[in-house]
Design a protein around this ligand. Structure first.
Ligand SMILES: [Zn+2]
Length: 211
């Protein structure tokens, strides 16, 4: 069977599904027969050509999610760990003696103490604000990394054949979350390929972060 004919069978299946939701009960049987016949043709085409021509949205979404999981898991966590986490502005370990004494008095009313920041001396207030600033910078840095890597994942071009292998693997795993040894091996191979394709297409980004 050629691709053109297989695509036609795919279209028939889709249209039968729509038709089934509106068709008269007495006609359901015949529509189902047509649908099953074409479905079988599509499946055979997939099998013979080691491809998937009828991937649905969920399956395509799972491929994209897998790419993000692999790439973010590897790089983003490493980058987060390399960033120095700023000290909490509310740790108050920078307070001068006067303020420290005051803090002592307020200790029982910890929540109220936050409002006393405005009463800090000039120096302590400055330190407090510096820490807030560093916390904000830290948050923005992390956010920028996530956005950059997510975009890189979306922009990376993966071959259709690889996508088809992943989806056919998903379909072959009958018991969810319980793949056979062979399926695990195939999954690992796909994982490695996704990884090398990403590295090859994102050299600039990886160099930027010394990865
Ligand atoms: Zn002070």
């Amino acid at each position: 069977m050629n691709l053109e004919l297989a695509e036609q069978h795919k279209l028939i299946v889709e249209n039968c599904k729509n038709l089934l939701s509106v068709v008269l009960n007495e006609d359901k049987k015949v529509v189902t027969e047509i649908m099953n016949k074409s479905q079988l043709k599509v499946e055979n085409y997939n099998k013979e050509n080691y491809t998937i021509i009828d991937a649905n949205k969920t399956e395509l979404g799972r491929f994209t999610a897998m790419v993000k999981r692999i790439i973010m898991g590897k790089y983003v966590n490493a980058l987060f760990n390399s960033l120095e986490e700023p000290k909490d502005a509310y740790d108050y370990d920078y307070l001068c003696e006067k303020e420290e004494k005051q803090l002592f008095q307020y200790e029982d009313y910890e929540d109220d103490y936050f409002y006393e920041v405005k009463l800090f001396c000039k120096n302590c207030k400055k330190k407090f604000n510096e820490r807030l600033q560093l916390e904000e910078e830290y948050r923005l840095k992390k956010e920028a990394i996530v956005i950059e890597f997510k975009k890189a994942c979306d922009d990376t071009i993966f071959p259709d054949a690889l996508r088809a292998r992943k989806i056919s693997l998903i379909r072959s795993i009958v018991v969810k979350y319980d793949p056979t040894e062979l399926q695990k091996k195939l999954g690992k191979e796909i994982h490695n390929e996704v990884f090398s394709i990403f590295v090859a297409q994102n050299k600039e980004l990886l160099t930027k972060y010394n990865l």
